[in-house]
Design a protein around this ligand. Structure first.
Ligand code: ATP
Ligand code: MG
Length: 560
């Protein structure tokens, strides 16, 4: 459930909105989230979603979901579907139906015709390369194209012919006639239409010309009566062009663009293009691989919408650099899971323990709560039998100083069970401990032993009753903080795929309490002392459980 405290507070965009509402400039705000359907959404988009939908929620406004689909070659229905699913899963509802910039192609074409008629746009024959030469640089002004002074009639005729498929791809463009000497390169007669014979996921083969992003984006915002158009800082220098479009096209409203800094997550990557490469080169199993920083990957990993929203709130909104360590994300996820996940015991690296004085009539099981302070989550029976498993590293033959777990001759409490004493360690031919023989103090179920203190408590499962489960242990996908910013000897960027963590996934067989049998997919648990785990959305079956490790209980990574 959403509530108004869940969103980043006191940031400059909220201040602007509050002023605009107070002054009566707008009766209500209208925002939008405008993804291009050319990949799955990632953690950076989650920040933008929480901002745009969150503001609409907090100020009782509306937020549209609009697909900015002007690059047909890279876009697809699969991406459209995944984006809708991710936004909903994060807990948000868009206003009305999802929208597509391509729904406005007719309108955008008419607007362009209008601009030509007013002498504000012209058809240019320069090739892409020539255009680059004419454009100038950051320090030198550009030059006017020799085609800039075509008559309105000629421009109109050529533009219609462009639309009607009479020219080859790339042979002509429509450009705004603004100012080739502008200090802002974006204002040097930007191209607003190009010829591209490509099948479009929404409009099919209707068009062979497609409008460019800046023109489309500003006009679409205005068509939808967006009040505050929020984007990342790299668009700051595009704002004059955004305003130019809003002011020179007869659009029905006057949206304003505001920029905030994009989220960068250390040990991760937030670029759809690079994430796409990980998928297509087979470095991960798909866009929703639990190691991916995509929303669908994080979902599969076991992150919750609440955890991601808490993260977005914590990283905040500003114009200064927003580089965030993975531990902030993991911390938010962990914090939220702590209150909501029932507990169970599972042993990942089992060591067999025989309870030599186990006695059918005498040795008893116990009931235990699923959560220490959530009675509503109920309780379960924890069965015990002669053979149990404990975690291999909860026993040490030569314990380091301060070791509080099981040692030869030492005692430990089985969580929710008895105190046991290790009488013998059985070894194989190579000297490895393969089994412990332990005796139960039958007078310790639910009470302290007489006359001595037993400090250690370890988790365990009954071998006879345990559910055999597959567990996927995930770790960070990359071994360096900024995989896409590492330079080689000659100063060149090294491929980010050089820094993939070869140990980012390990699959093991483990044993869990019987409650792990027959769980549905996406069921979240804390395995006591180990971390949070979730049954996999794709591969888990109630009769063949597959768990993903979402996050460990503590931030253990830095110390590695
Ligand atoms: P990418 O570089 O991954 O392709 P993009 O900005 O091209 O990202 P869009 O689909 O155009 O992806 O983004 C939709 C919205 O999400 C935009 O408003 C964009 O500013 C925002 N967004 C994208 N990446 C981030 C990020 N890392 N942090 C915050 N907002 C982001
Ligand atoms: Mg983009």
């Amino acid at each position: 459930m959403l509530n108004k405290d869940q969103f980043a507070d006191n940031h400059f965009i909220r201040t602007i909105i509050e002023e605009d509402l107070q002054s009566g400039k707008y009766p209500a705000i209208q925002t939008r989230f405008p993804p291009e359907p050319n990949g799955y959404l990632h953690i950076g988009h989650a920040k933008s979603i929480c901002l745009n939908f969150g503001l609409a929620y907090v100020y009782d406004g509306k937020c549209n979901l609009r697909f900015d689909d002007t690059n047909p070659e890279k876009e697809s229905q699969e991406y459209v579907d995944s984006i809708k699913e991710d936004v909903k899963w994060l807990g948000f509802e868009w206003s009305g139906e999802p929208r597509f910039a391509s729904d406005y192609f007719d309108q955008l074409f008419d607007y362009a015709v209008g601009l030509i008629k007013e002498g504000k746009a012209y058809v240019d024959d320069l090739s892409a390369e020539e255009m680059r030469e004419y454009r100038g640089t950051l320090t030198e002004p550009g030059k006017n194209s020799p085609y800039r002074e075509r008559s309105i009639e000629e421009n109109l005729e050529l533009f219609y012919k462009m639309r009607d498929g009479e020219f080859a791809d790339g042979s002509k463009t429509l450009r705004l006639k603004i100012d080739m000497a502008s200090g802002n390169v974006n204002m040097r007669d930007p191209v607003i239409y190009r010829i591209r014979r490509a099948h479009h996921h929404n409009t099919g083969d209707k068009w062979c010309i497609y409008p460019m992003y800046d023109y489309t984006h500003a006009a679409s915002d205005a068509i939808e009566n967006i009040t505050h158009s929020l984007c990342t800082l790299e668009f700051e220098s595009h704002r004059p062009l955004y305003d130019w479009v809003v002011n020179n096209v007869p659009v029905p409203s006057e949206p304003h663009q505001y920029e905030f800094s994009r989220l960068e997550l250390l040990y991760s990557i937030t670029s759809k293009r690079k994430l796409n490469q990980l998928v297509s080169d087979g470095h991960v199993s798909g866009w929703d691989d639990p190691r991916m920083p995509t929303i669908s990957g994080m979902r599969r990993r076991g992150y919750t919408p609440e955890g991601l929203r808490l993260f977005a709130k914590r990283v905040g909104i500003s114009k200064s650099e927003n580089i965030v360590d993975m531990s902030v994300l993991e911390g938010a996820v962990r914090e939220e899971l702590e209150n909501t996940s029932p507990r169970l015991m599972a042993v990942l690296n089992p060591l067999k323990v025989t309870l030599t004085n186990f006695s059918d009539g005498q040795t008893q099981s116990r009931r235990a709560a699923f959560h220490p302070n959530r009675e509503d989550l109920g309780e379960r029976e924890i069965p015990v039998s002669r053979t149990i498993y404990i975690e291999a590293d909860d026993f040490a033959e030569n314990p380091p100083k301060g070791f509080k777990r099981l040692t030869l001759g030492g005692e430990v409490r089985l969580r929710h069970g008895y105190v046991i004493k290790c009488d013998e360690a059985v070894k194989d031919a190579d000297g490895n401990v393969v089994e412990l023989k332990c005796s139960i103090d039958h007078d310790t179920l639910g009470k302290n032993p007489e006359g001595r203190k037993v400090k250690g408590v370890i988790h365990w499962v009954s071998a006879e009753h345990a559910a055999e489960i597959k567990v996927r242990l995930y770790d960070r996908l990359f071994t360096v903080e900024r995989p896409d910013a590492v330079r080689g000897e000659n100063g060149e960027y090294l491929p980010f795929t050089d820094f993939l963590n070869p140990e980012s996934m390990q699959e093991i067989t483990a044993y869990a309490e019987p409650v792990a049998k027959n769980l549905p997919a996406e069921s979240r648990w804390q395995f006591e002392r180990l971390g949070y785990f979730v049954t996999d959305r794709k591969d888990h079956k109630p009769e063949a459980p597959v768990f993903n490790r979402t996050v460990t209980l503590k931030d253990s990574w830095q110390g590695k």
